[in-house]
Design a protein around this ligand. Structure first.
Ligand code: OGA
Ligand code: MN
Length: 207
């Protein structure tokens, strides 16, 4: 499902920069299927995500305002979920083969940012506290402008460079962002219209 050109680009840029963004990561039809599915998820199915580790889970209004629902690896009838998880299984195999990352598992959730929702600056994994190793975000927003007009941009600080000034990435349909979970700070600016994505994480050990 991911082309070998896309797989090679991701591996190469992860290796050299610690992050990458690729457009049209999946065929257009697949992207639209995933987007239609995410948009149709009833609000009642989505819930506020906790922040922090299991022992101290709490919803922090000041940090994040998106609502999420996890993709289900064990539901073969849920075709859109399998479509995405299949693509990420392909990426996992490729990264293990070419970068020897030893990725063992992948988990992902759909996320909906209602108008005004954001996710403040954070890292997805702290060294020694988690085995989340690679983060992925795939965007499902048709007709999202490439400039800052609709807000909702991902700001990525660093990768291997630890930049002062973040890279701004608009959440455009079909764009896939992949980065090292440990030490890559990032944030989502307030969305000015409803914003959909699939955020996911590869783990090295079992959770
Ligand atoms: C996350 C996250 C970024 C985005 O869910 O941890 O950082 O652009 N998402 O949706
Ligand atoms: Mn994050």
């Amino acid at each position: 499902m991911l082309s070998s050109a896309t797989l090679n680009t991701i591996a190469e840029q992860l290796h050299t920069a610690g992050w990458c963004a690729v457009d049209d990561a999946l065929p257009k039809l697949a992207a639209h299927r995933l987007a239609a599915h995410a948009i149709a998820l009833p609000d009642a199915v989505l819930h506020r995500a906790g922040v922090g580790r299991a022992a101290q889970r709490q919803t922090l209004d000041t940090l994040r305002r998106d609502t999420i629902v996890w993709l289900e690896p064990n539901n073969p009838a849920d075709a859109p979920d399998q479509l995405w998880l299949g693509a990420m299984a392909q990426l996992q195999a490729h990264l293990n083969q070419h970068l020897f990352l030893g990725l063992k598992a992948y988990e992902a959730h759909y996320a909906r940012y209602a108008t005004g929702a954001f996710y403040g600056r954070h890292v997805d994994a702290f060294k020694g506290q988690s085995n989340r190793f690679i983060s992925t975000v795939y965007y499902l927003n048709a007709d999202w402008p490439s400039d800052a007009n609709c807000g909702g941009e991902l700001l990525l600080y660093g990768g291997l460079e630890h930049k002062q000034h973040p890279t701004h990435i608009a959440p455009m349909m079909g764009r896939l962002v992949v980065f090292l979970s440990e030490g890559t700070a990032h944030e989502v600016l307030p969305a000015l219209r409803t914003r959909h994505s699939i955020a996911g994480w590869f783990r090295r050990g079992s959770s």
